[in-house]
Design a binder for this molecule. Structure first.
Ligand SMILES: *Cc1c(COP(=O)(O)O)cnc(C)c1O
Length: 217
């Protein structure tokens, strides 16, 4: 499905993050050879291992929940962290980025699904984080936008309404006084089952795994 997906987004302003979690390097390299350079992983250790063994021009995106004590392992090389869900985590990322003399791009992850189990901020918490940055500036992170996961459901209207909610959160955050509006420009939403709906609702970054690599075991 890789060709179909890249073709589908080719005339749209959408970036594909190929979600390679659980897949071995031999399964990922063919995609690299076809030109894919952005890969998404949800576990720190797996991402570090793949980073060390794969070509260095790959951009690694961390899309899964991130524990504060593991930030140091990915800070030297991670291209984007999609899953920032607390101010404390942001502080740790900033500190580790500074230690590595770099700026790490991040997204704020919001809870938009009906399921209880999914991680993510409420909008009031997101606004609070943005406002806190005014009094606690962080020079080594760049907040690039928002991320969210819709309910895993066949109910396309439910899924659509959740993506719409994330887009509204994005618009609200972007309108805040302390947001760098030029670089706050990413909405990471849409997976294998719902990326077309997500794009219709304003996604700029889709995270697709099983539709490219096949089901995970
Ligand atoms: C696994 C995962 C994806 C990709 O899911 P698919 O349904 O395989 O496309 C996207 N986003 C996150 C956060 C994930 O953990």
């Amino acid at each position: 499905m890789y060709k179909e997906i890249t073709q589908y987004i080719s005339n749209k302003n959408v970036t594909l993050v190929a979600v390679s979690k659980t897949k071995p390097i031999q399964a990922i390299m063919p995609l690299y050879k076809q030109g894919q350079r952005i890969f998404g992983e949800n576990r720190v250790q797996e991402m570090v291992e793949k980073y060390s063994q794969m070509p260095k021009d790959i951009q690694w995106h961390l899309i899964g929940h991130l524990q504060k004590n593991k930030v140091k392992y990915i800070a030297p090389f991670v291209s984007m962290i999609h899953s920032v869900d607390s101010f404390d985590l942001l502080k740790v990322i900033n500190k580790q980025a500074k230690r590595n003399d770099r700026i790490i791009p991040v997204l704020l992850q919001f809870h938009i699904a009906q399921e209880e189990s999914k991680y993510g901020l409420r909008i009031d918490e997101g606004l609070e984080i943005i406002q806190s940055l005014h009094t606690h500036p962080m020079d080594n992170i760049s907040i690039r936008g928002v991320m969210g996961m819709a309910t895993f459901s066949d109910d396309t209207e439910l899924v659509r309404s959740e993506f719409r909610k994330l887009k509204a959160y994005y618009d609200l955050l972007k309108s805040q006084q302390y947001v760098q509006t030029d670089s706050f420009n990413q909405i990471s939403m849409g997976m294998s089952g719902d990326y077309k709906i997500a794009i219709e609702e304003g996604s700029t970054m889709i995270r697709v795994g099983s539709a490219i690599f096949g089901e995970r075991g």
